[in-house]
Design a protein around this ligand. Structure first.
Ligand code: G6P
Length: 610
């Protein structure tokens, strides 16, 4: 979604801002802009805004644009259409104060009426524009004081960065519900909504909490609360290398991230399998053995791909650890007045750790007394910090909007947790060893499946013109079918539905025709024969079938039009190998269709609005 970058220091400001905005592109946006303070002559802010990509913005920026500090923004429209006027930065009446904003100001209508009465002329339809006007109404020569006064009137969520033409080199930022991070450099400072925007310049960062305000110049920063009380905060060092956020020879981030999965899965389990005791070690749960032993139920909150990981995890926990488990859609749960039982353990799964639906649902159940563990990728993200404990998945930065490697890492964490819980209950040491060894073998299994790349590309070339797809699986492969359908929708814009294969006969079968291909996931477990029957029902009605099945499953292979084999393994682990062909199929269909694979239309990487 929207992204913020701010810079003050000796480098060419426009370069740092444009580079930062380029790094934020992956979050999804539809317009962008920068405000750069002029250092010589009459103090003035130079504003450049465009609809469309950063490349278009760069084109508009004069080569000789000078300035030693500035702010930039990528906008994902919420209030007001995608226009140049609605793009950020927004200015006050005098044009001296510029603001970029992530989030939503809920009382913007009331504030706008008040400000208009005072003579402010609004130039955009955004909620954001009330902020510079409000700051201006309090400005008496000190930007921080004016921002603090203005914040008292803002209701809603915000991450903001503010500059004033008359205060060279100074940027003031504030956070309430939308991330803001300070980058501490040597003789330079940055402010951004996402670490990726500044990782090229510094790895020393300070995460702001809600209610905190920051004041930076090139050599200094100070942090206070909304009542100007000074706060001391520690600097964190992030370990991301720049290479982790570059394409390193792949055509798209998505392709790179699909192929990284053997390593990212290995990282997620690194140091967490205890083979000697045939169990798992998860350090950050913050729960005693007794508390874990007392858990009677697990509930998972998540959205999108993370919800599919949570659903797979729930199936596994129930099947293997014999703990009733259920995955909940965050956007539904929050507004359902959920019942929070004393003996339930909650998880919230979120790659970004910023998804508003998941965050608010987490807060709602916490309010009712729930203990919530986070399964996040982004270190220091809001969910990671506000949860009661948790596990980082260590995927490394995931840049493509469509999630792939974070998904399989989230699965890994659920498999580890299941092993831990199962071993505290009925699972024997022998069975625990078998499970742990099968888990340790997952990276190799995924690596072998990736060898099907060319075969899957050929299948995509055969089917990408189809307008509708069905994705079908049973048991633990049902959430994987949902994930396959979501991937295809997200990046190729082909309509796809995920269904439980058993449910197909209760409605979706009416869709079957020679133009509607079905993607089947076929395990070699107790559900094999039932799934085969479902394939026959489709074949009998003239529907083409592609199957991902187990190597050597000649029965399925003979029945379907196209077959993608995965290595034979413990069937409980097929979610890892079987999701890979679905990711690649979606990728290659999108490639054939010429889609914007890493930044699909209308989508955002971390959705910070409800
Ligand atoms: C957005 C993305 C999805 C993602 C979902 C949850 O909708 O477009 O791809 O799965 O958010 O994101 P999270 O960061 O919470 O895992």
């Amino acid at each position: 979604m929207c992204g913020i970058i701010g810079y003050t220091g000796p480098r060419k400001t426009t370069n740092v801002l444009l580079e930062g905005l380029r790094r934020l592109e992956y979050r999804g946006y539809d317009s962008a802009g920068i405000a750069v303070g002029r250092i010589s002559g009459e103090p003035r802010l130079q504003i450049i805004k465009t609809v469309g990509k950063i490349a278009a913005l760069q084109h508009e920026v004069p080569k000789d644009l000078e300035g030693a500090w500035g702010i930039g923004h990528t906008r994902w429209a919420t209030h007001g259409g995608v226009t140049r006027e609605n793009a950020h930065p927004h200015l006050d009446q005098s044009g001296k104060i510029a603001v970029v904003h992530n989030g939503i100001i809920e009382n913007h209508r009331t504030l706008r009426i008040l400000l208009e009465k005072k003579g402010c002329k609004f130039r955009s339809e955004t909620d954001t524009e009330v902020i510079p006007h409000l700051i201006s109404s309090y400005y008496e020569g000190d930007l921080l004081e004016a921002v603090l006064a203005a914040l008292q009137h803002l209701e809603g969520t915000y991450g903001i960065a503010v500059v004033h033409a008359d205060e060279p080199g100074r940027i003031v930022g504030a956070r309430n519900g939308s991330p803001l991070i300070i980058g501490v450099g040597n003789g330079e400072m940055l402010l951004a909504s996402d670490i990726t925007a500044m990782v090229a310049y510094t790895n020393r960062v300070i995460y702001l909490n809600d209610g905190e305000v920051v004041d930076i110049t090139k050599d200094n920063y100070s942090i206070c609360d909304r009542h100007a009380k000074k706060l001391d905060k520690k600097i964190d060092e992030v370990s991301w290398a720049l290479g982790a956020i570059e394409k390193t020879g792949f055509m798209h981030y998505m392709e790179k991230e699909i192929f990284e999965q053997p390593e990212s899965i290995a990282r997620a389990m690194s140091g967490r399998i205890d083979l000697e005791n045939a169990t798992a070690k998860l350090g950050g749960l913050n729960l005693t053995k007794r508390q874990l032993a007392d858990v009677k139920r697990v509930r998972v909150i998540a959205a999108g791909t993370s919800w599919h990981a949570g659903m797979t995890g729930s199936y596994l926990l129930e099947q293997v650890a014999r703990i009733p488990a259920q995955a909940e859609l965050a956007s539904e749960l929050r507004h359902r007045n959920p019942v929070v039982e004393n003996d339930s353990l909650w998880f919230v799964v979120s790659q970004s750790g910023e998804t508003a639906d998941s965050l608010y649902a987490m807060r709602e159940v916490q309010r009712k007394g729930a203990t919530v563990l986070g399964i996040c990728n982004v270190v220091g993200s809001t969910i990671a910090r506000e949860s009661d404990g948790g596990v980082y998945v260590h995927s490394g930065p995931e840049i493509a909007v469509a999630s792939t490697k974070a998904f399989t890492s989230q699965l890994t964490v659920f498999y580890l947790f299941t092993l831990l819980m199962a071993r505290m209950r009925d699972m024997s040491r022998e069975e625990g060893t078998r499970f742990a060894n099968a888990l340790a073998a997952v990276p190799e299994m995924v690596k072998e499946t990736l060898n099907q790349r060319d075969h899957i590309q050929a299948i995509a070339k055969k089917y990408y013109r189809a307008k509708d797809f069905l994705y079908l699986g049973r048991g633990i492969l049902y959430p994987i079918a949902l994930e396959g359908a979501l991937k295809l929708k997200e990046i190729s814009y082909i309509h796809a539905e995920g269904y439980s294969a058993g449910e197909m006969k209760h409605g979706p079968i009416a869709l079957i025709s020679p133009d509607v291909p079905s993607f089947f996931l076929v395990s070699d477990d107790y559900l094999h024969d039932k799934t085969i029957s479902n394939i026959r029902e489709i074949k009998a009605r003239g529907g083409p079938v592609i199957a991902v099945g187990v190597e050597g499953d000649t029965e399925t292979q003979a029945l379907v039009d196209d077959f993608i084999p995965v290595p034979k393994a413990d069937p409980r682990f097929y979610p890892f190998s079987m999701v890979v062909p679905l990711q690649l199929f979606a990728y290659f269909c999108a490639l054939e269709l010429g889609r914007d694979i890493d930044q699909p239309r209308n989508l955002a990487k971390s959705v910070t609005v409800e």
